[in-house]
Design a protein around this ligand. Structure first.
Ligand SMILES: Cc1cc2nc3c(=O)[nH]c(=O)nc-3n(C[C@H](O)[C@H](O)[C@H](O)COP(=O)(O)OP(=O)(O)OC[C@H]3O[C@@H](n4cnc5c(N)ncnc54)[C@H](O)[C@@H]3O)c2cc1C
Length: 479
């Protein structure tokens, strides 16, 4: 911030500006569609909300952002009416501000540390970030930069989730040849095959992919690396490095009796069959989901909230979220839980599923639970559910969805010699993203286990920088 600007900031006056909420779809209406809940700011309201930022010199919001976004810098530009300038500030550190603005748990990151939040509602940083990025897109999108001369080096990227897309962008901008291999029929990873449209419209993925096409990035779909082609074969085909951005896509099973009954789904299958058109799905998942009247979703994180809210939109009469601890221990965003409450989801806390009960034709008819009480904290720091003897009860269910977390698939470890896994079963890397295999790098959920879009992006940027160093060393060694 310049000295002139600093002297212009009247912090006391700024603190008096009331919080500007973003209009939302009415819950009764929005359960009938898959459109985003938030209708977005208009320019005048966005500028006013941006003016609530007191431009504090310490800017803890920047430190709380895994991407180090210059939030006060971008908001100052917005306040001055320079929306494209604001977009450039965000884009200088964030490959996907439209996505982060919609999906980040801001209350635990930038907005959680916002100084205004100590005396009032924090500045709506996420909603403003999304507004700024959307405005830039509406005004013609990001300018395509002049690319450097090709380096002649080629990188294969496994997976087109936020990590893979971010690495592709960074490397293409540095002049490297990039080809993305994706197991699903369309790009985006969990952004498409997980997160429903009411949280983020899929056009944001398409915008990013269009931009990457213009940078020369190539995409190959329906290819499962490790099965259709191995990492060794990719090197044999002439790739100089490989990036593993395969995420953590394997849903955790409950392992209680009856889990294979008809009508019981793992979260990802349920979400994609509920909210994606068949042509974007592999053949075996093309039949749209038919939820019965009563749906029980087991789990308490963001995925569980996406499932309960998707179930409502598929026409279920009653949707129950069954969670083994209490709301205080739930992992996902408070905002998403609030949306679920507003939309009519019922929450049953301190309930541990112990058995699925079969009805006719091996279809699920009920879930048998045991009540729990909270005990001592476990390794996650959250209080552990302790079963209460003699407290069993049943909830009727025509459809059950299991949303109790994800882990990294074993396939690439099984087919890639010398690729080491961490204790948790993810790809073991150093801080830069270098794996145990020379020339193989990884970042995002494939390294952290199931986490966040913003951490995947931040880690991916570090990995891209490490890949670039590796490729340039190769070049000088060959010279
Ligand atoms: C339902 C759901 C809701 C979520 N909601 C939020 C949210 O609101 N906010 C938030 O910040 N985070 C959320 N997350 C987490 C977030 O989506 C992930 O942390 C993020 O997508 C990780 O990015 P990634 O690129 O590492 O992996 P992914 O997005 O999982 O992408 C990995 C890609 O690799 C592909 N792939 C896997 N194996 C292979 C292979 N062998 N060959 C080729 N391709 C392969 C997959 O098909 C996939 O497209 C949510 C996750 C889920 C499941």
């Amino acid at each position: 911030m310049t000295e002139t600007t600093e002297t212009k900031i009247d912090r006391k006056a700024r603190l008096k500006i009331p919080f500007q909420p973003v209009p939302k779809q009415d819950p009764k209406e929005r359960v009938k569609n898959w459109d985003e809940v938030y209708l977005g700011y208009d320019l005048a309201t966005a500028k006013l909300e941006a003016t609530r930022c007191i431009q504090c010199p310490a800017a803890p919001c920047i430190k709380a952002c895994p991407l180090d976004n210059d939030i006060p810098g971008a908001l100052l530009k917005l306040e001055e009416g320079d929306v494209l300038g604001a977009a450039e500030v965000f884009r200088s550190t964030n490959p996907a501000p439209d996505m982060c603005g919609r999906l980040c748990p801001q209350e635990a990151l930038c907005e959680g540390d916002c100084v205004v939040g100590k005396v009032a509602i924090p500045v709506a940083i996420g909603k403003l970030e999304a507004f700024i990025a959307d405005q830039q897109q509406a005004m013609g999108g990001r300018p395509i930069p002049q690319l450097p001369p090709p380096t002649g080096r080629r990188v294969a990227i496994v997976g087109s989730g936020p990590a893979g897309l971010a690495v592709a962008e960074q490397l293409a901008l540095l002049g490297h040849g990039v080809k993305l291999f994706e197991a699903w029929p369309r790009p985006g990873g969990v952004l498409r095959y997980g997160i429903p449209g009411f949280k983020m419209d899929k056009r944001h993925i398409d915008d990013q992919v269009d931009y990457l096409h213009q940078l020369g990035v190539q995409f190959v779909f329906n290819v499962r690396v490790g099965y259709d082609v191995t990492i060794d074969e990719l090197f044999d085909q002439g790739f100089d490095a490989v990036f593993l951005g395969q995420g953590a896509g394997q849903g955790n099973r409950l392992n209680v009796p009856g889990q294979d009954l008809e009508g019981i789904y793992m979260a990802t299958e349920f979400l994609v069959r509920a909210n994606l058109p068949p042509e974007e799905l592999p053949n075996h998942l093309r039949k749209p989901i038919e939820t019965g009247k009563r749906v029980v979703v087991i789990g308490g994180g963001d995925t569980a909230m996406d499932c309960v809210r998707s179930a409502l939109r598929t026409g279920a009469g009653e949707v129950v979220c069954a969670y083994r601890r209490t709301e205080a221990e739930m992992g996902g965003r408070q905002e998403e839980r609030q949306h679920a409450h507003e939309e009519g989801v019922l929450f049953h806390y301190l309930t541990i599923p112990i058995r699925f009960v079969a009805g006719d034709n091996d279809c699920v008819q009920a879930v048998r639970f045991q009540r729990a009480e909270l005990g001592e904290p476990d390794e996650s720091g959250r209080r552990k559910p302790v079963p209460v003897i003699g407290s069993e009860f049943e909830l009727e269910a025509d459809t059950v969805v299991i949303a109790i977390g994800y882990k990294v698939e074993k396939l690439l470890f099984q087919t890639t010699p010398d690729l080491e896994a961490s204790d948790g079963g993810a790809v073991a890397t150093d801080e830069s993203g270098q794996s145990s295999r020379s020339g193989v790098f990884a970042a995002g959920d494939s390294v952290r286990g199931a986490d966040l879009v913003v951490t995947a992006l931040a880690d991916a940027k570090r990995a891209a920088a490490a890949i670039d160093r590796y490729l340039r060393q190769m070049k000088s060694a060959a010279a």
